[in-house]
Ligand binder design. Structure first.
Ligand code: AKG
Ligand code: FE2
Length: 377
């Protein structure tokens, strides 16, 4: 390559980096890394169509010949995308192979990719592979296909039994129902009198048994909250009450998919570079009049968060443990659509089964996450 061409290439890269930084609201040096990361950033191939309109499958075809390739992530309306690799070394090999190479496109000419390494994925990308989720939020596990379609149908029809209509409580725009133990929304803790809740149904015992088989060392849940969300309904950001429930919190998604948001205050010892505006800045949760199974103390205004969106497909199991359970907050934003793998998908009714193990005394000894702990307040 001549030095003039190299100079031109460099300034084009710089320009695209600036555009990228504007979308991501962070400086380029925070968003990108000079040493390889698993996130290969493709600065001139996105889903806008205005910058050459390379298709996702063209990028995939170019990347999948490199070992360790996992997926292409595109965001609607953004001029950049990501190629995800298992490790930084795999991404480095692909970078070396793809840099300065013309990539054939289905619709038209070839295109030369402008590449860099990103320190993380955009928080607007909903993660959808279990490996990505585990990397992004410590203690978070997604098990796709945990419940079979037949079991899903059986559970939903049992819950739809019209004779049990009165067992549901409406909270904001969602309905809830408690089995095993009830949650006391006034005292914001679990009601330890088992007669206050419906007994665990046989289908819940089957779900618990399947979990116990998969994770033989885990505590066996004895409390279940069923949430039913219509499209557009939400649950505000919260951490499930530390003093009331044990380590793992499980959520089984049924009937509809959703994108769940996880967030962690930036200065809480989790030193990660990604930020996103606080919910007060426009995602609708400050107007959320909802109540939930948590000691909810809103974080101070202008708190900056590391935000990770996670796609929960119907019939998947989500496990929140460790930091994900005790430090990160989870929420469902009040939207009618989610963006998953670059596609806008309409939400449908979603029923979630949240399984927890009740602590028989309120306690959370020596909590390493005091900021999120109801007893440390
Ligand atoms: O709908 C879900 O998956 C989560 C529900 C939840 O966070 C809760 O009930 O505490
Ligand atoms: Fe929760």
């Amino acid at each position: 390559m001549s030095s003039t061409t190299a100079r031109k290439g460099r300034s084009k890269l710089d320009r695209q980096l600036e555009i990228f930084a504007r979308f991501e609201h962070e400086p380029v040096d925070v968003l990108t890394s000079t040493t390889p990361t698993p996130f290969l950033l493709i600065l001139n191939a996105g889903s806008t169509g205005s910058i050459g309109g390379i298709a996702g499958h063209d990028l995939e075809a170019a990347c999948k010949v490199y070992p360790g390739f996992r997926a292409i992530e595109m965001l609607l309306g953004r001029p950049y995308s990501y190629a995800l690799f298992d490790t930084a070394q795999h991404a480095a090999a692909a970078y070396a192979g793809l840099k300065d190479v013309w990539i054939p496109m289905t619709h038209g000419n070839a295109k030369r990719l402008l590449l860099a390494f990103a320190t993380r994925m955009s928080p607007d990308v909903a993660l959808w592979t279990p490996a990505e989720v585990a990397l992004a939020v410590p203690g978070l596990t997604v098990v796709p296909g945990f419940v079979s379609p037949a079991e899903e149908t059986a559970i939903l029809s049992s819950l739809a039994n019209s004779q049990q209509e009165s067992a549901w409580t409406t909270l904001g725009k969602r309905r809830v129902r408690h089995f095993g133990y009830r949650f006391d929304y006034i005292r914001r803790t679990v009601d330890r009198d088992t007669s206050a809740a419906e007994p665990m149904p046989s289908w819940a015992e089957r779900v618990i048994a399947a979990y116990g088989q998969m994770f033989p060392d885990a505590d066996i849940p004895d409390q279940l909250t069923v949430n039913e969300y219509e499209p557009g309904s939400s649950i505000p950001p919260h951490t499930d009450t530390h003093s009331a429930f044990g380590d793992a919190i499980l959520s089984v998604s049924l009937q509809g998919d959703v994108v769940m948001e996880f967030r962690c205050p930036i200065d809480s010892g989790d030193h990660v570079p990604s930020t996103s505006p606080s919910a007060e800045d426009g995602n609708g949760s400050s107007n959320d009049s909802d109540v939930l199974d948590a000691a909810l103390t809103p974080p101070p205004k202008h708190t900056r968060f590391r935000v990770v969106n996670v796609h929960l497909p119907a019939r998947s199991l989500l496990i929140m443990d460790g930091d994900a359970r005790y430090q990160w907050e989870h929420s469902i934003r009040p939207r009618r659509t989610d963006v998953v793998r670059g596609q806008t998908v309409s939400r449908t009714t979603r029923v979630s089964l949240t399984f927890r193990s009740v602590k028989h005394e309120p306690r959370c000894e020596g909590c390493p996450w005091p900021r999120a702990c109801d007893l440390a307040k």
